[in-house]
Design a binder for this molecule. Sequence first.
Ligand code: GLT
Ligand code: MN
Ligand code: MN
Length: 394
Amino acid sequence: MAKRKSRSGYEPDPKMKFTFGLWTVGNPGADPFGGPTRERIPPWKIADIVGSVGAYGVNFHDNDLIPIDATAEEAAAIKKDFRKALRDNGLKVPMATTNLFSDPVFKDGAFTSNNAAIRAYAIQKTMRAMDLGAEFGARIYVFWGGREGCETDAAKDPVEAIKRSREAMNFLCEYSISQGYGYKFAMEAKPNEPRAHIYNAVTGSYLAFINTLDHPEMVGVNPEVAHEHMAGLNFVHQVAAALEAGKLFHIDLNDQEFGRYDQDFRFASANLKHAFFLVKLLEDNKYNGPRHFDSHAYRTSDYTDVKSFAAGSMRSYMILKEKAERWNNDRAIQSIVKQVNAAAPAVSKLTKKFTKKNAKALLAADLDRVQLAKAKLPYEKLDQLTMEIIMGVQ
Ligand code: GLT
Ligand code: MN
Ligand code: MN
């Protein structure tokens, strides 16, 4: 059994590529019912916080770094300070994205807006934001269509919305290629908030959409725990589908109570069992992209507590990673896993590939359903052993 580490033994491992967004650690704590509870701090100061907790990198939307109405001189000064903070803290910028949701121009969407000039502006803004990301070394570009949706289907043709999204993605793929940026695009789904209904509501929708693009090889997904849980889905299964398809380009880790508003809680703070299986899935499958924490500290926190929030996110991941190893090395668990995964070489070789011969042999095979149904499946025992690992007594 793996040795249990001391309280201080779960430092963030750079190989995990733990990242935070300027918009997450710098979130000032506003909600729909009240204004900010923390002062807004500049990007370089946010980078200092991210660096102080030992993270790998920091990501941004164009306007997290450069305000939408900044002059060229202001932009240059902000970039200079930010670049210095990145250097001082040894931080990378693995991912960048575009804010296509805050400004009133996007109130009815960006790429799917009914107004062709707004659609063009959204693409133009994204091209500029891609330039900015590339300037800081970003190689992953996230697309979260926060306002790509509607309140009423009277407002927008949903088929047209898909076509408009495709046109934008095809254009931007070509832009990345022509600029030599080498971006991988990661599409992020969400079912609702801020719109009543957002198109491509779940990760699976994007997995289907990607294959209709001109450059599907450039495009993958960025699933977020909270978003799939808002939809009542099993996030681990969504991520597994993306992994298996070779499309998990980025991941947004946070937490969310089922059936509530978009909470963006600290990773592993609400649904520990799901968080455990998620970490196990990522580690077992050797996911090596960034692990981004897309969450906010409670509105009650000050910036000292924000540091606890950021450090805690990474620490919980490291703890769950150790628990996943413990699960993989636990003799009682592995013997059940082995027992339930019953091998049947004589028939499984027939189903590997369809041939007329295999089909004929399979039809003739002696598969006694009554006998087969008798195989033991001690999943209660297996789950209890799993829970005891999660609860820390195994
Ligand atoms: C916004 C959203 C997130 C997205 C970010 C990227 S912005 O905070 O809630 O889920 O990942 O645009
Ligand atoms: Mn969210
Ligand atoms: Mn997200």
